[in-house]
Write a protein that binds this ligand. Structure first.
Ligand SMILES: Nc1ncnc2c1ncn2[C@@H]1O[C@H](COP(=O)(O)OP(=O)(O)O)[C@@H](O)[C@H]1O
Ligand SMILES: O=P(O)(O)OC[C@H](O)CO
Length: 490
């Protein structure tokens, strides 16, 4: 039997998932690792934790299935995006912990550089925000003793997590990344498909630190991690891998992934769209040298609001308790919970906003809080889709494809459909991120079907249709917009 191994290096855990020749999951292994919060708004990962958890989960999943390297035709890698690693070219030692995408330490620098935003957006599709890799990389060069001098002498390498993992997996043979990860650095010109010399100069980033950029299905080198020589054949950032896994290959197709945060990507075909409504222009995937672009809306808190109900308020024991609780909520109460715990992402981009709850009465209790929490995810998605419509025009009959842990919640997906006034499709396979990475590698290995064949394999598990009246939808959404406007700081 032939297998493809998908490595999903996420924000809170690393997972290894074995897909069989029919693209079905055969075995999985997962390992969480420590989150470091050294200062307010700072988030770091120990780079060794990332590497060790990837090695261990890969070995475990092969053991579980009772197979060896000879059974694995290829490896696909998908990863938390933007998270920044800088390491020594000779020794491979990271010069600092990985600075995670959520980290806000460069907010002041981004404010200082705001006047350059139009140029940066026009070239990278991104905004001058601490979310992206470039200002994190600059921070390391400025703040780690000796780093700047070493970088200028060509002794340091930069990479997003995929790039670092490949460097380790290939024993330091390859310093590469794929176009989707490069597109999240704020150093990559997505129109011209190359690192942007002017932006690198502006941020004082030596260009020979940067990895070579390849297609998502390409030869990324071979690894002896599994005990033989296994080729690495597919790479994509996790939200782009989910877009691929959802087979959103046609212009106008749309997916939204509900994990810790929520990331909606609209396929815009072979033309990059520069958003005028604070969305991001990005690369959805790149095959045969040809990029396919996307508009992206990034929300930082989605499933995390459910974790807050559990860990912060203690009103639920587990995530699935939200559904029966929300069902009990008093329908007369209109609570709005704006989960701006770490500021607001798209389309507001207000790092200083903080969470708030509106509409409390003496009768408000855990049920109303649970309902407001689940609803907040639907409202935020509607904000993204409104911005997308403003950028590209009516989305027509586009159906939103959903995935990620929180999409398991029927209650949330029904409300999402209600507040969008549009159908929402949940596929049979919710592991779409790993599926996307596996397909990229397996297609390259000749084990899996081509794009059209893969798209035909997409299978619907459940369609949610809107049941809410137009009037109620309009009133509720107006209430949400009012609540958000009261949390914004600018
Ligand atoms: N039944 C459920 N109802 C509501 N939220 C859920 C449910 N199951 C999982 N979640 C939420 O989904 C998130 C986990 O999804 P996952 O895709 O594993 O996220 P990540 O990859 O970001 O860690 C958690 O934040 C959890 O609160
Ligand atoms: O690791 P996740 O699933 O929370 O995804 C993180 C995103 O890639 C951040 O842009």
């Amino acid at each position: 039997m032939t297998y493809i191994l998908a490595i999903d290096q996420g924000t809170t855990s690393s997972r290894a998932i074995l897909f069989d020749a029919d693209l079905k999951i055969a075995a999985t292994a997962q390992q969480e690792f420590t989150q470091h919060f050294p200062d307010s708004g700072w988030v770091e990962h120990d780079v060794d934790d990332l590497w060790n958890s990837v090695q261990q989960t890969c070995r475990t999943v092969l053991d579980k299935q009772g197979i060896t390297a000879t059974d694995v035709a290829g490896i696909g890698i998908t990863n938390q995006r933007e998270t920044t690693v800088v390491w020594d070219r000779e020794t491979g030692t990271p010069v600092h912990r990985a600075i995670v995408w959520q980290d806000r330490r460069t907010a002041a620098y981004c404010r200082e550089m705001k006047s350059h935003e139009p140029m940066v957006t026009a070239r990278t599709g991104l905004l001058m925000d601490p979310y992206f890799s470039s200002t994190k990389l600059r921070w390391i060069l400025e703040n780690v003793d000796g780093a700047r001098a070493k970088a200028e002498a060509g002794k340091l390498l930069f990479g997003t997590v995929d790039s670092y993992l490949i460097w380790k997996l290939t024993g330091g043979q390859r310093h590469v990344t794929d176009a989707t990860n490069a597109a999240r650095t704020m150093l990559y010109n997505i129109h011209e498909g190359r690192w942007d010399a002017e932006i690198c100069k502006l941020l004082n980033v030596p260009m020979d630190m940067l990895p070579e950029v390849l297609d998502c299905a390409a030869d990324f080198g071979t690894t002896d991690l599994l005990g033989g020589q296994t080729p690495i054949l597919g790479v994509a950032g996790d939200q782009q891998a989910a877009t691929v896994g959802q087979a959103c290959f046609g212009k106008g197709m749309l997916k939204s992934t509900y994990g810790t945060g929520c990331f909606a990507l609209l396929n815009t075909g072979d033309t990059p769209v520069t958003s005028t409504h604070r969305l991001l222009g990005t690369i959805a995937y790149q095959l045969d040298g040809k990029p396919t672009y996307a508009l992206e809306g990034s929300i930082f808190i989605a499933g995390a609001v459910v974790q807050w109900l559990r860990d912060g308020l203690g009103i639920i024991g587990q995530a699935s308790d939200t559904q029966p609780l929300a069902d009990k909520a008093d329908p007369q109460q209109r609570l709005y919970l704006v989960p701006a715990f770490t500021g607001l992402g798209a389309p507001h981009w207000d790092p200083d906003a903080r969470g708030a709850i509106f509409g409390l009465t003496r009768g408000s209790g855990p049920a109303e809080f649970a309902r407001a929490a689940l609803e907040s995810v639907g409202y935020q998605t509607r904000d993204l889709l409104e911005a997308m419509k403003a950028d590209v025009g009516d989305l027509g009959k586009t159906v939103l494809r959903v995935d990620g842990g929180m999409s398991a919640s029927d209650w949330s997906m029904q409300f999402l459909s209600d507040i969008l006034g549009a159908p929402v499709d949940r596929p049979e396979v919710l592991e779409t991120t790993a599926l996307g990475a596996a397909w990229l590698a397996g297609m390259r290995a000749g084990v899996y079907p081509d794009q059209a064949g893969f798209a035909e394999m997409w299978a619907l598990e459940k369609r949610f249709e809107p049941k809410m009246s137009e009037d109620e939808r309009a009133t509720r959404y107006a209430g949400w917009q009012d609540a958000v406007s009261r949390t914004l700081t600018r």
